[in-house]
Each structure stands twice: as structure tokens, then as C-alpha cells.
Design a protein around this ligand. Structure first.
Ligand code: GLN
Length: 541
């Protein structure tokens, strides 16, 4: 197949929105009738994002085929409305691992295997394979990090080699940052000029520059960048901060960004169809009623700063569901540890219209989570528990409704007399052998929904498939007693008889799911559980 390749690289600094720019651009290209896929290159040596600390690296996103990836893959899925596969995510570790495995299998036929060109060639092989599998017209490849960093040199070399091989089929866009220092009060282009020179030193000339900034880019700035960076004036795209990240496609469309890319590839510039997307962003703009959602977790503090990146898919899923309900969701990040000792703190939760506990690991803050769940359950506050949030709901119910005071998950207390959550059979051995990376129950599994449950009504169907990432599960030995005491088993995996959803009868909305529904929520198809959770929160208000 004859794919076109668009590389997105970063200049000046990280964290300026390469992922969102790539996804938004992908959406506008797709809206012109082209099949688009996106690839993320993460320069870390880790084989996947599963072993990276979420406070440092952000959320671990899970694909349908069970890969643990960078959060940008989630961003692509949300904008492009496609399922991204494992082959679309690569790290330095993954590339080297393939090269070394092939060398061991004598696939290099006795030749000396070298960093260049053998490593970039493996990168190219993966890019082409992903494009073939997705049958894409255009493949967007986001190179993580910033040009000039030692880590991404081999990826840039791969990109350069691809352009040598197919000069008409490979283009480059640099996402750069244009600071407006307070003391000067003027937008500065020099950092961008340096970044472009650095890219030039790698043998690459950018075809487009996306200028991220807090204020709109004016004409003199564009002219300066054009002249000093050898990029046509109209190929310098302004990307000013917007209220909602979902407005970025519109910002790009206003500058005909996708049209110019198609033109530079020699592809026909068909008219764009962003109608449904605009309806979605209109809903965000038109919402006036505000509801308050508390998300209780532990991965947000980094020094003096609070980051919500560790829960980005949860946050986005809330936004999609809020738009669907035409409300604004104000999300507060609440530290679970604060609820462990302070009873006054717990009563402050009455301010919230809905409470959500996302996935998590380990003992820090778990008692606080259990307290929050008790409060939500007994005070009829809509509650959505995701993965650990479901497991903690089972523990809370066992302790407070059945009086099993030491009920726990064996993740925290191996000696509990009531291990209501325990390690999955096939995970036991992996833990004993210290086989940690990429070994959880990962990816999509089926779930059958029981009739008459909140979940069945929300999904509007009896059988669903959702993405997982965990080692522990509901212990079926306690199923009967918990059910008799009023816990509703609303969803079960049909092949392994694993409990995947628990609910509380008579509660306005109390749902705990063993899976991660947030990974499948998209602006144009918000997730039914989130939609109904937000609906219940709206009614509560
Ligand atoms: N720590 C729990 C487990 O491993 C939950 C994981 C999660 O919330 N993703 O089963």
C-alpha cells in the first residue's frame, strides 16, 4: 500500500501538546475522507509504559490487544475513533529487543548488526507494518520528547531515511512553543529558530510549524519564523491555548492545516465534515449547570504541583458524559489519605454530586478510599468505582454489611480471615517468579450483564467487552454470602466466571467495575456507565 507519513516532532520543550495536536490534526484529515492512523514513539528504554510511575509519566493506557502504552495513544483513539493496536506503540526498548531477538535467530545472516542503520530500519519496519495493518492513507507518527535530546536521535534518523526513500510520501511538522515572557511582553520566536536548526542538523527540514502559545501568533512573528526557518508563511500554524482541547480541530480547520498537508502530499483536498464533532463541542460550550464530581486517588501530587495526567482517560470520559448530559462537570482531585483519620473531612463529601474512585495499586490511601465508599453508599451519593475502586467497594461492603471487620484484598493483607479480593490463579505464579512487566490481566474481555441491573440498563445490551489491567479479582468463595447480604453481581465474564461488576440495589447509582471503561469513552460515543453516572449526579443536584 502507498501510505503517506507525517512525522510530528517537538521543539523547545515537552508538554506543549504534541499528542493532542497529532490527534486533532488526524481528525481533520480523517474528516476529509482519508483513513488515518497514529503511532507513538516513546524514547524510553522501558518495553512499555506499564512499569512507569504514573505521577512521572502519566496514565498507562491499555489497548484492546492488551498493550500498556503512553497516554497519547488514548488521545488518538478519542479523536480518531479507532482502536489503536500494540504495533502502533514503540519504545527504544521494544525496538532494540526486536533487533536483538532477530540477531539471535540469525535473521541478519551473519552480518555485523549495527546501531545505524539496523536500529532505524527496525523503526521503519514497525511504522510500515502498523500502516499496513491499519490500511491507512496517512500515518501520523509522533516522536516523543524534544529535538536535540539524545534519546530520539535514532527515531529522527529513521524518519530521515524514510524521506530519502520516498521524498513525496514523508512530511514533518514541528510543534514548538512561543513564550511571551512577562518582563518583555512580546512573543519570542528565537527558541523555535534554535529548535529548527537542531532538527536541520539531523538532516530534516520541517514542512510545517505548529506554534503553541498563550496569545495568538501575529503576522510579524509568522514572517520571522518563515524567513529564519525556511518554512512557507502559510505553513506556520497558530495553536493558541483554547478552553477545551476539543476545540483544536476547529482552530486547525480555520487555518486549512489539513488542506495544506494534503496539498503537500499531492492528495486531493476534499471538503471537510466535522458536523458531529462541532455538535459535541457546542454541547460543552452551551452547558451551564455545574455539577461537582470528586475523584479520590493518590497519584496527583508532584512537589508543589497537582497533575491530573495520571487519570487523563477518566477525566476525559467525565467530560464526554457531561457534554452528553449538557452539564459542566467540575472535577476535584481528592487525596484519599486525607480521609483516613479526619471524620470532619468525610462529611465535606456531601458537597459532591458524584464520587469516583479510579484504578490504583498498593496500600497507601486505601483505608481512605474505603471510608469514602461507605459514605457514598450510605448517603446515596452516586458512585462509580473503577478497578481498585470496585475492589474497595467489595471490601467496604463485606466489612460494614457483613461485619467482617478485617475483610481485605490479599494485595494488602495476605493473612486476612476474609480475602474477599484475592490474586487471580494465573497471576500467582508470575508474582512468585517476579515476572512483573506486561503480565497483568490486560486488554479486552467479555462480560455478560444480569437483567434488571443499573449496568444492563445503561449499556442497553446484554453482552459487552471492556479493557482490563489488574492482578486481583473478586473471590467467588464469598459470592453467595455477599449476594445474600444485598451486593448485586451485575456482570460476569462468561468463560471464566469472574465477577466484573458489582452494584448496590436501591441506590441511585452505585456501580463498581473490575475493568476500565474510561479507555473506551470517546467524544462522539461517550461511555454509557459514565453517561449514567453523570446523569445520576445531575439528578442528585
Ligand atoms: N491493584 C488492583 C489489582 O491489581 C487494581 C488494579 C487497578 O486498579 N488497575 O488488581
Amino acid at each position: 500500500m502507498n501510505h503517506k507519513y507525517l512525522f510530528i516532532v517537538g521543539g523547545v520543550m515537552s508538554g506543549v501538546g504534541k499528542g493532542t495536536s497529532s490527534a486533532a490534526l488526524g481528525l481533520t484529515l480523517k474528516s476529509k475522507g482519508y483513513d488515518v492512523t497514529a503511532i507513538k514513539i516513546d524514547p524510553y528504554v522501558n518495553l512499555d509504559a506499564g512499569t512507569m510511575n504514573p505521577v512521572e509519566h502519566g496514565e498507562v493506557f491499555v489497548t484492546v490487544d492488551g498493550d500498556e502504552t503512553d497516554q497519547d495513544v488514548g488521545t488518538y483513539e478519542r479523536y480518531l475513533e479507532i482502536e489503536i493496536r500494540k504495533i502502533n506503540y514503540m519504545t527504544t526498548g521494544r525496538v532494540y529487543q526486536s533487533v536483538i531477538e532477530r540477531e539471535r535467530n540469525l535473521e541478519y545472516g551473519g552480518k555485523c548488526v549495527e546501531v545505524v542503520p539496523d536500529v532505524p530500519e527496525e523503526v521503519i519496519r514497525r511504522i510500515k507494518l502498523a500502516s499496513d495493518e491499519a490500511k491507512s492513507d496517512i500515518t501520523i507518527i509522533e516522536v516523543g520528547g524534544t529535538v536535540g535530546e539524545y534519546q530520539n536521535v535514532l527515531f529522527l534518523e529513521a524518519a530521515r531515511m524514510m524521506q530519502v526513500e520516498d521524498p513525496d510520501g514523508v512530511r514533518f511538522a514541528m510543534v514548538s512553543y512561543l513564550p511571551v515572557p512577562q518582563s518583555i511582553g512580546e512573543m519570542k520566536t528565537k527558541p523555535t529558530q534554535y529548535a529548527v536548526r537542531t532538527l536541520n542538523a539531523a538532516g530534516i527540514r520541517p514542512d510545517f510549524i505548529i506554534g503553541r502559545s498563550s496569545l495568538p501568533m501575529d503576522k510579524p512573528r509568522k514572517e520571522k519564523i518563515a524567513r529564519f526557518c525556511s518554512v512557507p508563511w502559510d505553513h506556520i500554524i497558530g495553536a493558541v491555548d483554547v478552553k477545551s482541547i476539543y476545540d483544536i480541530p476547529r482552530v486547525f480547520e480555520e487555518q486549512n492545516f489539513a488542506g495544506l498537508i494534503l496539498e503537500s502530499f499531492g492528495l486531493e483536498n476534499r471538503s471537510s465534515e466535522l458536523g458531529r464533532w462541532n455538535e459535541f463541542t457546542d454541547k460543552i460550550t452551551n452547558a451551564t449547570t455545574e455539577i461537582k464530581i470528586g475523584v479520590i486517588g493518590k497519584y496527583f501530587s508532584t512537589g508543589d504541583f497537582v497533575l491530573s495526567d495520571a487519570y487523563i482517560s477518566v477525566l476525559e470520559a467525565i467530560k464526554h458524559a457531561a457534554a452528553e448530559n449538557i452539564v459542566k462537570a467540575k472535577v476535584d482531585w481528592l487525596n484519599s489519605e486525607e480521609y483516613e483519620k479526619d471524620p470532619v473531612k468525610i462529611s465535606e463529601l456531601s458537597d459532591y454530586n458524584g464520587l469516583l474512585i479510579p484504578g490504583g495499586f498498593g496500600s497507601r490511601g486505601i483505608e481512605g478510599k474505603i471510608k469514602v465508599i461507605e459514605y457514598a453508599r450510605t448517603n446515596n451519593i452516586p458512585y462509580l468505582g473503577l478497578c481498585y475502586g470496585m475492589q474497595c467497594a467489595v471490601i467496604e461492603f463485606a466489612r460494614n454489611e457483613l461485619g467482617w471487620k478485617d475483610a481485605h484484598t490479599t494485595e494488602i493483607d495476605e493473612k486476612t480471615s476474609h480475602p474477599v479480593i484475592h490474586i487471580m490463579q494465573d497471576q500467582k505464579k508470575k508474582m512468585e517468579e517476579e515476572d512483573y512487566g506486561g503480565t497483568m490481566r490486560l486488554g479486552s474481555y467479555d462480560c455478560h450483564l444480569a437483567e434488571g441491573t443499573i449496568s444492563r440498563q445503561a449499556y442497553g445490551q446484554s453482552d459487552i467487552s471492556e479493557r482490563h489491567r489488574h492482578r486481583y479479582e473478586f473471590n467467588n468463595d464469598y459470592r453467595k454470602e455477599l449476594e445474600d447480604a444485598g451486593l448485586v453481581i451485575a456482570g460476569v465474564n462468561p468463560t471464566q466466571d469472574l465477577v466484573e461488576i458489582v452494584e448496590i440495589k436501591g441506590h441511585p447509582f452505585f456501580v463498581g467495575v473490575q475493568f476500565h471503561p474510561e479507555f473506551q469513552s470517546r467524544p462522539l460515543s461517550p461511555h454509557p456507565l459514565f453517561v449514567n453516572f453523570i446523569k445520576a449526579a445531575k439528578e442528585k443536584k
